[in-house]
Write a protein that binds this ligand. Structure first.
Ligand SMILES: C[S@@+](CC[C@H](N)C(=O)[O-])C[C@H]1O[C@@H](n2cnc3c(N)ncnc32)[C@H](O)[C@@H]1O
Ligand SMILES: Nc1nc2[nH]cc(C(=O)O)c2c(=O)[nH]1
Ligand code: SF4
Ligand SMILES: [Mg+2]
Length: 243
């Protein structure tokens, strides 16, 4: 089989620090390449060229082998993130292989591209980007993604997660929530300091930002069904990579 999946990191077991299955023990596979360039991206090395020499082209079998080498029998859940893994048409081989080996699959993507294999994912997080990112969401594309998931009977596996840095982001998030009212909706604290190396400084600021976000949500009747979360892994390990 051809070595067609560009991989930047494989790590774990760790816990999922974000979103719908926060706390779930999982392995991570991080693919290279993104069609966005968010101003605050905490994984910019996947697309800004700074780690281009670390990209390894792997087959699905090689990825499974590496997961087993690292995780042994201490995992049954694999999260595929990036970059944008939904750029990769042939990732379906990997999701099939992992599932046939008894693993559950989660995917993190921003909702700019659809791939048929997204319908086979157990925990699908779609994370449209708010104004602070500098990106513009194509809502027709996003509508189409949810439509395709619905047609395949996979809507129940999906959730929405919007990262919030300011009030304008919150307005954007409310628009998303209104448009897709039946999709579980998560708000996540934005990390403004992705290069901070002092964990105490970072964590106390993130906790203040989390409290601010909770205050906004509790005072807003349009957000009665929202779930508000921090990035748990950042509170534990700071900006460290590979955790
Ligand atoms: C690095 S992205 C990769 C997957 C996909 N490109 C996406 O953005 O959904 C994984 C998650 O991290 C979130 N994220 C990235 N930078 C962040 C930051 N500075 N603070 C909080 N969350 C961040 C993204 O919004 C996304 O939900
Ligand atoms: N522990 C942990 N949880 C995460 N949830 C989403 C992550 C990501 O970068 O996509 C991530 C990550 O990098 N680490
Ligand atoms: S879409 Fe995700 S990986 Fe791409 S730049 Fe934005 S946060 Fe980073
Ligand atoms: Mg991350």
């Amino acid at each position: 089989m051809n070595k067609s999946i560009p991989v930047l990191e494989i790590f774990g077991p760790t816990i999922q620090g974000e979103g719908m299955v926060i706390g779930q023990k999982t392995m991570f596979v991080r693919t290279a390449g993104c069609d966005y360039s968010c101003s605050w991206c905490d994984s910019a090395f996947t697309w800004d060229g700074s780690a281009k020499d670390d990209i390894v082209q792997m087959t699905a079998e090689e990825i499974l082998e590496k997961l087993n080498l690292l995780g042994g029998d201490m995992f049954s859940h694999v999260t595929i993130s990036g970059g944008n893994p939904a750029l990769l048409k042939n990732l379906g081989y990997l999701t099939e292989l992992l599932k046939s080996n008894g693993m559950k699959i989660a995917v993190e993507t921003q909702g700019s591209r659809y791939q048929s294999w997204l319908a086979d994912v157990d925990d699908l997080t779609i994370s449209p980007k708010p104004p602070s990112s500098g990106m513009t969401t194509d809502f027709e594309k996003l509508d189409d993604i949810f439509l395709q998931l619905q047609e395949k009977g996979s809507l129940a596996s999906a959730s929405l997660k919007v990262v919030i840095f300011n009030e304008e982001d919150l307005e954007f998030a409310k628009k998303v929530h209104r448009r897709y009212q039946n999709i579980p909706f998560y708000l996540q604290t934005g990390n403004e300091d992705v290069h901070e190396i002092n964990d105490d400084t970072l964590i106390s600021k993130l906790l203040r930002r989390y409290e601010w976000l909770i205050d906004q949500v509790t005072a807003d009747k349009d957000l009665n069904a929202a779930r508000v979360l921090p990035q748990l892994h950042t509170l534990i390990w700071g900006n460290k990579r590979g955790v």
